[in-house]
Design a protein around this ligand. Sequence first.
Ligand code: NAD
Length: 356
Amino acid sequence: MKYRISLLKGDGIGPEIVDSAVRVLEAVGGKFGHEFTFTPYIIGGAAIDKYGVPLPDETVAGCLDSDSVLLGAVGGPKWDNLSGELRPEKALLGIRAALGLYTNLRPAKLYPALKGDCPLRADIVGSGFDIMIVRELIGGIYFGERGYREGKFGHEAFDTECYSEFEIDRIARVAFETARKRRGKVTSIDKANVLESSRLWRKTVHETAKEYPDVVCEDMLVDNAAMQLVRNPRQFDVVVTSNMFGDILSDEASQLTGSIGMLPSASLGDTTRGMYEPIHGSAPDIAGKGIANPIATILSAAMMLRYSFSLAKEADAIESAVDTALNDGLRTADILHEEGRALTTAEMTDEIIARL
Ligand code: NAD
């Protein structure tokens, strides 16, 4: 089969880690008889430098015309003082909306080989945890009405959280379908004791749940969820929540795995075209040094094979090559805590390819 992939390398370590994932995809293609073609498009700070905008029209058009999108990361200190609309990060919201990617899947899984990286006590972690966070991605307060106005105490700013039944039902279905393929439990997270939008969220999730009697559905308030994630992460299977709550909780969950350089994500919509990216940023402090951990991006490429191209065997091959490399004690600098040599980005990529 032939697949056309758009590459959005972005800024900082983005180009280094995307190049690693491309090498792994090429190796998988060679092994399983698929042809992947790659077309790079500019985004983020690099696009601001060249065109004055973080998300050029050609980038959006190129991504819309491809089978899937692999993104590195955007942003860096060079562009930190630009106004909101011109910041590199604005390109992320723009490309997600343009591609209609309303679901963000973020697995937070503790690798047995990296148990020592988890900041939680061994008795809390037990045999490990494997959580899939399903975050709504193009609604809620990040996309709601916002502005400045004069109020009782002078100049004030506001942002608005707004969700429709349609948007809630759509993301709830993704969560229930995902749970069916896993351990059959969905935890829906809201703030229904305070927010009207959360009360609609809870009511709608309950309605949708009636169509999935085989899946256990429970509600949890977001403040309690933040606590439960560190008290007993093993209780969670699939978590579904709004854009902002998901943003915050998925960062908390990812930190429980101890290593930001390890975690992939998938953003999906109604078509098979998705956007796949590591959860970390552009890591300007290590950019250009060739020492970034490429695993989050390589695992994002595996998610692309699984969710966009239905190539489960090929995705499994990448994931188990990563597992084996870690079990063999191979480490990049960010996950090296004991004696031993830190592998460079290129060396870790070679080792993973050798284990495919
Ligand atoms: P960051 O994730 O870039 O870095 C945090 C720390 O983790 C740094 O010490 C970095 O060196 C380390 N790190 C991150 N990825 C690593 C990897 N693959 N291998 C080894 N170490 C890694 O977060 P930050 O420093 O808060 O943000 C830097 C820039 O990235 C900012 O401009 C921010 O806005 C942007 N950002 C972009 C995205 C994205 O593109 N999706 C996400 C988050 C932050």
